[in-house]
Design a protein around this ligand. Sequence first.
Ligand code: HEM
Length: 445
Amino acid sequence: MVQNILSAKTPEGQTHRGHLRALREDTITYIEHLARQGDLLRISFGLLGSAYFVNSPDLVQEILLKQARKFHKPFIVKYTAKEFFGENLFTSDDELWQVLRAAIQPAFHAQRLNAYASIMVDYTKAMISQWQPGQVIDIPQAMMDLTLGITTKALFGQDLRNDVAGQAIIRFIELFSQRLSGFPVPAWLPIPSNWEIKRQIAIIDRHLSPLIAERHQSFAEHDDVLSMLIQAQAADTTGLLTNQQIKNEVLNLFAAGYEVTAHTLAFTLYLISQHPDVEARLLEEIDRVVGQRAITIPDLEQMPYLEMVLKESMRLLPVTTLLSRQAVESVVLKGGYTLPKNSVVLFAPWTLHRCSEYFPNPLSFDPERFHPDCKDKIPKFAYLPFSAGPRICIGNAFAMMQMRINLATILQDYRLTVAPEYQFEPFYSFNTRPKNGLPMTVEVR
Ligand code: HEM
């Protein structure tokens, strides 16, 4: 029974100060340090109040599922979004969230997803057709270019990569992620980062407004998310699906999707390169099932090992490392501890995925953990690359399909290796990425 609660200590042993600095300076080391101290900790941020760190599947299940209604997205996330453009599916709660989720969900149904497969194959083939044997590629950059192309083409009918709006989206997401991992800064403050965020939003807006206006005339001819949002707007009785809201959702879907998918792909390619036994088995599966032709959706069903490798990569290096909620009322957790109203709660796929109780020998990369015969041994709330409960990632099936297609198509033709002196170091800034980039050399198979 958790009636009492431990006070978290910083790596320097402090309980009442130093947490904010530790969290901001090296988030991963800090949360790993917290996870060693207990399943439920109170973190004192001094004058800024307290937050809670939760590191048990049962307690996370309370937050994400059993008592999900009592937890909203934290104030800082909502504030930062509202200051610049308003709410979206990622930041909203209650009625607005329900309206948006219902409007967007159909775009991610299985039959729709299948229609995106050929875009995923074609774009990956186009990327690797530019690669030369021996060339060193900055993999996160290449994957971001690929995923931005696929996301914009599949979901909105246009490849925005070489467009000024595409470049503005990339820059905006970078600035916005930095903002979310820092202090709340009012948008009216005349500081360069505020000017730049507003400038990027204005560029994106100039592109999206005519696109949305044109789609109002022609949505029946298209089969993408934008058309679906416009159809949902026509049927909306709440008045919440305004044109501004649709613009926010378009931007949100770019922002939520492309960078995390790209870094997950980059981490997976890195892990494969470090485990020749896994690589050999994966290549054997790809050669046997797909050979040299273009991969299809039915092929994916025949490739369990590819899925196991990807799932294990998302366990060991989850890009969405740290998640948060804020209690909108006081909440009694399983075990009896009461979280006061407004408490910010942090929970980390990164540390849950490294609990040896659920993942023996947690630092080893072992796709067998996700063998179809073993996967029921993992408690549902111990493995959260896409979160869980009603707010599970809306793009999870899209991302899983895309990443398997990307990986299989790349590995049909190429092996990627890193230089022996390369030091892999994960770095957290809202999401996790490789601190020093990830240069990999292309070798023809
Ligand atoms: C490997 C790729 C991806 C990972 C690891 C990932 C992970 C996540 C996680 C952990 C959440 C929950 C965040 C929270 O509750 O605070 C989330 C939510 C979300 N994701 Fe993803 N995501 C991925 C790809 C995508 C894609 C491709 C899209 C869309 C094109 C997308 C759109 C969203 C949206 C809109 C939400 C908010 C859902 C809601 O609150 O109802 N994600 N994602």
